[in-house]
Design a binder for this molecule. Structure first.
Ligand code: CA
Length: 371
């Protein structure tokens, strides 16, 4: 066990202004010295199954980077969902100090405040670059800090699973009528939107989806995208794979750190944790983009999956219902209203810019590659 408050004296950290051998990281009664890194072991709980592609490996990466960047002074012990606490207990565990940090998706904490939805993904919301723009520059982080501080947590973006596809259906969807009474697994605000167009949305955890499809308890499901969906083998029970998704256009994942602990960290320690989260964020964007494309080819070529585009009238009805659901969510309380307002302003700015840049360019580009 490493001794807490013991200053690391490694040569690699010399530039951080350390005095070798001195116990001056956080002197009793005094302020922490900005450049110090104190030896400590942090406990990280997560909302993911152990080693699950992309999701379960992301917190392992955050932990590894923190250790590497701190020259081994800070180690992080990662607990998969259920190992220390269940997935949905992660937030409370960090809030009350039973764990030091969590890695998860903020929309799991909607029971605390619906405002948390916006920091992961909402129906017809932000893509990866748009949510990064809002978080970093559009006022998102300040509101996120304000909301999380009410629960004694400091939140940091630490991953993004990218665009999530429309999902797996046992039968073809030809019009809005086909959604009436359809039992589909979709949690959160996306599920509420489905209810508004007449579907029967159910929220079950990842591991429960396959048996529910198999038994006929559900007719359709979304999960993540080709990479993660292939891993669960949904194509064996539902052969129609629909695009695009509307419900999670770029789900941002996060680390939440106990705020009391965060406030005792030195500037260098905070920077290490933020840097580790940011690095994990970048890698996850690259790996989901890469693996989703490869898995999609496998699903079509090796497993005979039928790719279908969601009909326009369905997408239009989903957009109408989303507008209502988002506005109702925003009206829940003051802070959720302010979060939605900030989110909306940032997204509209991004859409105006995107319309004359990426959006048009990406469609036009295909011709240069004979697609
Ligand atoms: Ca999902």
């Amino acid at each position: 066990m490493m001794k807490r408050r013991q200053l690391l004296t490694g040569g690699a950290l010399g530039a951080a202004g350390l005095v070798a051998g001195c116990e001056c990281g956080a002197p009793a009664g005094g302020a922490a010295i900005p450049g110090a890194i104190n030896s400590r072991e942090l406990k990280m709980v997560t909302t993911w199954p152990k080693d699950f592609p992309g999701l379960g490996t992301m917190p392992e990466r955050v932990a590894q980077f923190i250790t590497e960047m701190s020259g081994g002074a800070i180690t992080v012990r990662v607990f998969a969902a259920g190992e220390l606490v269940s997935a949905f207990e992660s937030f409370d565990a960090v809030s009350n100090g039973a764990a030091d940090m969590y890695h998860g998706a903020e929309y799991y904490w909607v029971g605390k405040s619906p405002g948390f939805n916006f920091f992961t993904a909402v129906p017809f919301g932000m893509t990866i670059s748009e949510i990064m723009a809002w978080t970093e520059f559009g006022g998102g982080q300040a509101l996120w800090d304000e909301l999380s501080a009410r629960f004694n947590i400091k939140p940091i973006a630490a991953g993004n699973s990218g665009h999530q596809l429309g999902g797996w259906f046992k039968k073809e969807i030809n019009s809005l009528e086909d959604f009436r009474g359809l039992k589909m697994r979709m949690p959160g605000l996306g599920g509420e939107v489905l209810r508004r167009i007449g579907a029967s949305a159910v929220a079950i955890s990842g591991g429960e989806i396959y048996p529910a499809l198999q038994s006929g308890a559900i007719d359709a499901t979304e999960w993540v995208g080709p990479w993660n969906d292939l891993a669960f083998g949904f194509y064996q029970e539902a052969k129609y794979y629909y695009w695009p998704g509307f419900h999670e256009p770029g789900s941002q994942l996060a680390c939440g750190i106990n705020l009391d602990l965060w406030n005792t960290l030195t500037a260098t320690e905070k920077s290490i944790i933020q840097g580790a989260c940011q690095r994990a964020n970048n890698i996850s964007i690259a790996e989901f983009t890469h693996h989703n494309a490869i898995a999609l080819e496998q699903l079509i070529n090796e497993h005979g999956v039928e790719l279908r585009q969601m009909p326009e009238d369905v997408m239009a009805a989903l957009a109408d219902a989303s507008k209502t659901v988002l506005e109702e969510t925003a009206a829940t309380d003051d802070i959720t209203g302010r979060i939605y307002q900030s989110f909306r302003e940032s997204l509209i700015r991004s859409m105006d810019w995107g319309r004359i840049s990426d959006e048009t360019y990406m469609a036009a580009r295909r011709k240069a590659f004979d697609l």
